[in-house]
Write a new protein. Sequence first.
Length: 667
Amino acid sequence: MQQKQPPAGMPRRKFLLPPIYPCHYMLQRAGFMGAWLGAHATVLAYFIATNAATDWTQGLNLATQYGIVLSLMGILLAMSPTFVGMLRRTPLNRLVTFEKRIHAHKFMSYVLFIWTMAHSSLHYWTGVRYADSINEPRLTVFWKDRLSVTGQLMWMLFLFIGLAALPVVRRLYYEVFYYIHHLYLVNIVLLFVHSENGMAARYVSGPLAIFAADYLYRVVRSLPITSSRRARIRYIRFHPNDVVEVGFDRRELLQHTRIGQYVKLCVPELGIFQWHPFTITATPEETKIMADGRPHRIWKIHFKVSGDWTYRFSQRLHKVTAGGDAYTNNFDQEARIGRVVNDVVVPEVVPLQCRGDECEEAYMMAIAGRLDSGDSAVAVGAGPAPGEPAARAGAPPGPLSVSVAPPAPATPGSASTSCEITSPLETTGMCRVDIAPKKSEPDGSSFLSSDHSMDDNVWFVPGTETQAKLPAILVDGPYNAPMETFFEYHVNIIVAAGIGITPYIAALERVLSMCANNIPVRTVQTTREDLLPQKIYLVWVFRDISLLCLMLPALQRLRASPRARDIVVPCVYVTGSVDVEHESADSDVFGRPMLQLSNGIRLSKGRPPVARMVSYMAGRHRNVRMGVFCCAPRKLNALVRSSVHSTNAAVAHQGTTMEMRSECFSM
């Protein structure tokens, strides 16, 4: 008897138990862990079986030795980022998630710890029995020869390294963790001294050579041997909420980068051994007009002051911009630096308004589509065809229909579009900053600005001879990151929390540039990076509304481009307090109150319903590969991951697959 099919447009019947459809990352993780543990189990079983008839302790001793050597080989290869980056360009990238090399290093370290404890316990047990048989003090047995001394030192150092790497220690005392972690070099030397049968030389030498070559290459690459390899600061911008933006001159340094890559920076005067990762937030072709009137190719970073090192780095940059820098420079770097003010002002919250037929339904996801009111947010067949704008799908009106009124033209001196702020770097002058995006104009004060810049946010010291001494900055990179595969997917979902938006700034800027150049949208299964994704959902949640200044220029450009609005769907959520005077009674389809800024940008108040949003977004697209990119705290990242897993099972019949890519910069 043929089973009756549900009517078109109706969701399918739910199963008592959801179908098993593990995500690719779960298969990769399970495959790696299973293969790694299986290899160690094979080693253990082999040596126990071959020595069971004679002495099982000898078999266990050999098994622990080979297990330690095998774990160390894997750790050395995982901590060779340049070597791993080369592997990412091979077909293995589809089978192995190379961006999880830090997690793989941690997992292999846990296995190494187990083998180390087993090896040490076995020697303690046999040593105690041997000391009792010859009537010798037990303590002297373990410190009487080379093997005993080196073995004792190795497991003690390894235990010390493991304790310093605990999350609570790494979070509160990062410098302690960082410096103690480098004791692994001493452990490797002790291992070669401890090995009497040449096992370390036979098995560890190869991975150690790769690790050493990788390390030396990164050291040479980071040193400013020539003038063109120096990290020259071109501008500094201090955003609200303790966020700092620093722009560097490309020239030959980082001339060839990809979207989403990150670098490691070292400021020797703040710590010669401290290297901290920062995402490159500029597109490879980005330029900026400087005070000399010429365009300069730049790369830039954003960071939030949240620790000792970032606090000292921001204070050092404040000294540069204030002109009170008295430090000497090891590499005699000089660059023309402007005095920077907090010139990106977040517009005020205004009452939610609607102007007739000027509804931009594709702007907010709450308007771009309709969500089923039930618990299951996968709307099968309810969305438009892939590539068709949501506003033209002809869907019936939902519970909310709100238009975004275009901002009124900005006029200099208008109280509603500009505000007076005092420069924190100058006590005698005032500068006028317009809320609406426009080129700044000389105001007759002690600052001058460039009238050639498209987004002029930096004030420069007048005169071409005024230069500032800069701190020496060493750059190591660029390194591969998950965002490099952003343009390989048909549909992308970005989930970011707070400063976690920085890995995606360059990607959104590239999308806006491609929309302006009329680049076609991806319609076939291909990995070409010169095509636009069909849809990009940006879910950004932050606490302080002033953090919106990081994406304010991009959001304003997005509102000005009808084609970009058909592709990018921003869903911005603010969890902190806002001006209650202008809170609106309207809410989006997820029940979150909506706010509107004076420039027309809309926000939702509260936390995003991630599970419902992910399932809703996946249900709107058929037969596509969806990339889910997340840079958020552990709890939110776990929520996104579980949502992707459950949604993958629900949309499997549509031919849609979702792949999770999360950012990781931890050591």
